[in-house]
Design a protein around this ligand. Structure first.
Ligand code: PSU
Ligand code: MN
Length: 303
């Protein structure tokens, strides 16, 4: 066990008993949704994972400790503090540990900590990727490099088209990361079920997802696998509405000169501001949908 890691008693017991476990990230709590919906959602996602036969392990950095499994109080604290908590990606962990500071984990750091704890599956909303204009800015999320080097399955609803989805897929291909569509041949774009881009493989059951992941592990690949699960039809959004909000958000980010790690949270917050409660409800529903699939897949993987 890594000396900086704290695994909660519930997650420890699940690991010892060989029970299925699903990791969850915390940037989605602090930076992804407004309080108190973020806390309500985080707890509901945990409950959904339990209802589907697995144990949830929400991940964050608290007081410099890498936590796999949070208390309700810790989730409440992250949600209430919101963007006041540092967004922690791979490069931030050494500083947070040394300074005994708090951090909300992105997809990249949640994968790192899940792997340290021995957790193989992680459910979230959307991942980071190659930003539009990255051929000039070089703004590429560390999430992609993490998928290339850490053996965790990430179940998401695709990526938002605040990113360049075509370049994101090219990057993942170069890095050898399989991109799976769950029940679809097309990469979902978070709020919508379609993006116009194809996935590598369509899979229609948790059994088959588990089999692919097992094969990847047996090959000793160092990287992970990306499962993209489209938002349920009834919660999907009008493409024109969401595209207009994204265009506007990108324009405002450019005008405000937003750079570095602030880019993604700025764009996400703008989109929510411009589309209101509808996009928040969609966001919540797609995360619950991913939690269900991840829990069932974790159960299959443990058979
Ligand atoms: N995209 C979303 N929702 C999110 C994020 C991205 O649709 O919550 C968060 C995740 O935590 C992701 C991080 O890992 O932003 C990526 O940030 P960056 O692009 O700075 O790597
Ligand atoms: Mn970036």
């Amino acid at each position: 066990m890594n000396k900086y890691l704290d695994v909660s008693p519930e997650v420890q017991a699940a690991l010892a008993a060989g029970k299925p476990i699903v990791a969850l990230e915390s940037t989605i709590i602090s930076h992804g949704m407004p309080y108190p919906k973020n806390v309500e959602t985080a707890l509901l996602v945990e409950q959904t994972i339990r209802d589907n036969g697995a144990v949830p392990a929400t991940i964050a950095v608290i007081g410099g400790r890498l936590k796999a499994g949070l208390t309700h109080e810790e989730i409440e604290y992250l949600g209430k503090t919101g963007r006041g908590v540092a967004k922690a990606s791979r490069r931030d962990l050494p500083a947070l540990i040394a300074r005994k500071a708090d951090g909300a984990t992105t997809v990249a750091t949640t994968m790192i900590i899940a792997h340290l704890a021995g957790i193989k599956i992680f459910a979230t909303g959307g991942i980071g990727g190659v930003h539009r204009g990255a051929e000039v800015t070089m703004d590429i999320s560390a999430d992609l490099e993490e998928l290339a080097q850490t053996p965790v399955m990430v179940v998401c609803a695709g990526a938002k088209s605040i990113l360049d989805l075509g370049l994101t897929l090219e990057y993942l291909e170069t890095k050898g990361v399989p991109v799976i569509g769950y029940g679809t041949e097309e990469l979902p774009a978070f709020y919508t079920r379609q993006s116009g881009f194809g996935v590598d493989y369509r899979v229609d059951s948790p059994e088959e997802l588990a089999a692919m992941f097992r094969a990847q592990r047996d090959l000793d690949y160092k990287g992970g696998m990306l499962v993209t699960n489209p938002i349920p039809e009834q919660y999907s959004m009008d493409k024109a509405v969401i595209d207009a909000a994204i265009d506007r958000a990108l324009k405002e980010a450019e005008e405000a000169g937003v750079k570095g790690k602030e880019v993604t949270p700025f764009l996400l917050a703008k989109v929510v501001e411009l589309t209101g409660g509808d996009s928040l409800e969609s966001n919540i529903q797609l995360v619950l949908n991913n939690a269900r699939l991840a829990a069932r897949t974790a159960a299959e993987l443990n058979k």
